[in-house]
Write a protein that binds this ligand. Structure first.
Ligand SMILES: [Zn+2]
Length: 342
């Protein structure tokens, strides 16, 4: 039995020397030290030996087991070291190589247009004030002369939240109420930009989310002449010094009188084309003198103060300026579109 153990040890150790892979090492471990391995079999059979032989054989078998385990651990350790060295060799980092170029980002065309609009109005003394996108029905409609069930609400169907009377604003006009209540009785010259929402089918001309820039001027001698001057100046700075602008009568519940502002078509120069629907004019924004009741709702006495307001869509401005024929491009995240404005 002792001889058998000795041979087993010699064989196992010499086999171990020749192993060249982790897989082979594992097979070796199973063959000699595993639950059904050669050494385990011998250890199991110790019990069948004559009583006086058992301690010697048992002790020797355990010594062999210990020796094999130690040899196994050393070999496993050696394999691990080799693997680490190989990886270091294979995957070493050459810090002298040039880095990958960082692709510079750039502003979205809507943001670029917004900033252009801010810059033009800033010269005329307008500051930017951002107001909340989630609004109350009171601010978005009621204080702007649109009571519940007013037919004008059909023009602004929106997304309602689960809170009674809280909605996503349909226009930036509720910002007028907030601004007036914030600044009253000072004079106001503000741009109120931001996102607006409409519960509407998405088409080439309308999105369910879009930017709007509201303008508001309130003071003691603000006239329709100021409104016209400011908006004509904007159109010419944005689209070119020789642009012609016209004002058409219109209706908004929160301005009186109200106007739509048209500019001669920049595509055809007024000759008539598909973009201007062969009229020679394109609408660029809506405006009007702030309704006396809206002034009152903002805290201003309409017998002392007057004001004008306007609302324009930067996407619409960008569409005209860059001749983009579909508003859905703006938020479609198509890089082929966005890269053109890099
Ligand atoms: Zn045209």
């Amino acid at each position: 039995m002792l001889e058998q153990l000795h041979q087993l040890k010699e064989r196992a150790l010499s086999e171990l020397q020749g192993l060249s892979s982790v897989d082979a090492l594992e097979k070796w471990r199973v063959a000699y030290l595993g639950r059904k391995g050669a050494l385990t079999n011998i250890l199991r059979s110790v019990g069948q030996l004559p009583v006086q032989e058992r301690p010697t054989v048992g002790q020797e078998a355990n010594l062999v087991k210990l020796a094999l385990k130690q040899a196994y651990n050393e070999k496993a350790e050696a394999f691990k070291r080799e693997e680490t060295l190989r990886l270091l060799e294979q995957e070493h980092i050459d810090v002298t190589l040039p880095g990958r170029p960082v692709q510079p980002g750039y502003l979205h065309v809507s943001t670029q247009t917004l900033r252009e609009i801010y810059a033009i109005f800033a010269q005329m003394g307008f500051q930017v004030l951002e107001t909340p996108e989630v609004e109350t029905d009171v601010n978005n409609f009621q204080l702007l002369n649109i009571p519940p069930y007013h037919p004008a609400r059909d023009m602004w169907s929106t997304f309602y939240t689960t809170h009674e009377g809280v909605l996503l604003r349909t226009h930036t006009s509720p910002g007028q109420i907030r601004a007036m209540r914030m600044y009253c009785p000072e004079t106001i010259r503000l741009l109120l930009p931001g996102k607006c929402y409409r519960y509407e089918a998405v088409t080439a001309r309308s999105e369910s989310m879009f930017y709007q820039v509201e303008g508001l001027a309130v003071g003691k001698h603000v006239t329709m002449g100021d409104l016209k001057g400011v908006l004509i100046s904007f159109a010419r700075q944005m689209f070119g010094a020789d642009r012609r602008v016209r004002f058409r009568c219109s209706y908004f519940p929160f301005t009186e009188p109200s106007v739509e502002v048209d500019m001669d078509c920049i595509i055809c120069g007024g000759e008539g084309c598909r973009v201007c629907k062969h009229t020679g004019w394109v609408e660029i924004l809506g405006a009007g003198m702030v309704h006396p009741q809206v002034l009152r709702n903002g805290g201003y006495d309409p017998t002392v103060y007057t004001g004008f307001a306007f609302g324009l869509g930067p996407e619409r401005i960008a569409m005209l300026k860059y001749r983009i024929d579909d508003i859905r491009y703006f938020f479609g995240n198509d890089l082929r579109f966005l890269h053109q404005f890099a």
